[in-house]
Design a protein around this ligand. Sequence first.
Ligand code: PLP
Length: 230
Amino acid sequence: MSIAENIARVRAEIARAAEEAGRDPREIVLVGASKMNDAQACREAIAAGIDALGENRVQEMTVKLEQHAYDGAPLHFIGHLQRNKVRQVVGRVALIQSVGSQPLLEEIEKTAAARELIQDILLEVNIGGEEAKSGFAPEEMRSAGEAALRCPHIRVRGLMTIPPADADREANLGYFREVRALYVDMNEKLFHNELEYLSMGMSGDYADAIREGATMVRVGTAIFGARHYL
Ligand SMILES: *Cc1c(COP(=O)(O)O)cnc(C)c1O
């Protein structure tokens, strides 16, 4: 299957899930998670109409930016971002999806201020409370939202989550529901209902995520095929 065929299949699945949930499929943003796929694969996805591409690693993203891999589509950063790499990301991507700590928030603010730009971000929720995973704990989300609102060079556009990889389907649905509830609550109480993006769902569960309220899905292997780890 070509990348274009895979995108068409994923789009059809997205449409089905959205309709089942009584929602407009056009409100779902499809982000291609293009890590470990080369510039040519990124260009094919863009030619096939992907809404955005998402990268995980700063080094790989920087190389592919130089190769013009993302020309024609918005680029998102979706991976764990270290503070010392913030300078290589702020202003280069349309959206940083994975902002999961106060120090990271502060570093992004400082860098965006110095560059006189406003950086769009999502706040990442560590919904499974996993030690090894980044993201704010659910109970920290409100103060994280308040902290972000105090940063004039940061604009919060929504929330992002990655549930624990070993969750069964029921548990996974439960995590999606919890994050959706947090999103609705924070949107109403802190963000004047101006948030747009609830980013959850990957190749194995994006249809479930959409049925539970996702407006953005990050899909890698179902579009690009199995990744070849270096
Ligand atoms: C790789 C990745 C994805 C996509 O994973 P697949 O299972 O290949 O669809 C989504 N989100 C993040 C943050 C990723 O790193």
